[in-house]
Design a binder for this molecule. Sequence first.
Ligand SMILES: [Fe+2]
Length: 287
Amino acid sequence: MTKHPTVTPFFDDRSNTISYVVQEPDGPACAVIDAVMDINYAAGALNFDGADAIIAHITENNLTLEWIIETHVHADHLSGAPYIQDKLGGKIGIGAKITEVQDTFGKVFNEGTEFQRDGSQFDALFEDNDTYQIGAMQCFAMHTPGHTPACMVHVMGDAAFVGDTLFMPDGGSARADFPGGDAGELYDSIMRVLALPDAMRLFICHDYGPGGRAIAWETTVAEEREKNIHVGGGKTRDDFIKFRTERDAQLAMPSLIIPALQVNMRAGEIPRDDAGDMALKVPLGKL
Ligand SMILES: [Fe+2]
């Protein structure tokens, strides 16, 4: 029988990100998905309120943190994964194609040879269809490129964490114009997600409350297949590529893309300057 994990959402209202704690149904083991570390970019200051709320939930419920999963290298927020790992343990995992993302942005940020592009900053690199456990619950990862080359959807019992493949039905889909992104690949990845069982719960990574509705994060495969405004109701692959390409050409860069990429491609670790202090670069004209 398919397991029904307990899913607890944490909404970050600065980046409109939803992070999750996923607990196995009959035990204390849990995973964290897409934890956020806040940054006040203007002040050059970090803030851990969001990550602390996740840590408090895990400790107050006596859970055992086994995995800290990034669905992809986010461009709109910084990862809180290492901060949580320092406090609670657990393995940080991401898609194996992180190496492509590291190669691309290692060049953009002129990282030297000390920046490894082999994914070794992470504890685990998931390949397509890799399985792993959260306590007694078997989980698997699906490679879902298109938004970024390293995107993975994680299926845990009757719940799937779709990262930025899909938004809520009225939000559609994520952009596919970052380096290594591809609208056709994104469509194909979305179709794989929509081939999961109808009743599977889908948990999305971002919501912007289109039309002023309340923030939402949970839907189902059946609902997305029927109602998603970008891919539902029989829209074709060509329709999607045309729409997505035109839309993406109008979008501004996310305001935190410069700090987010430098931190997230290092599994959430903050780079250091020659004096050993935490510091970020701002390359000009390269994104
Ligand atoms: Fe993203």
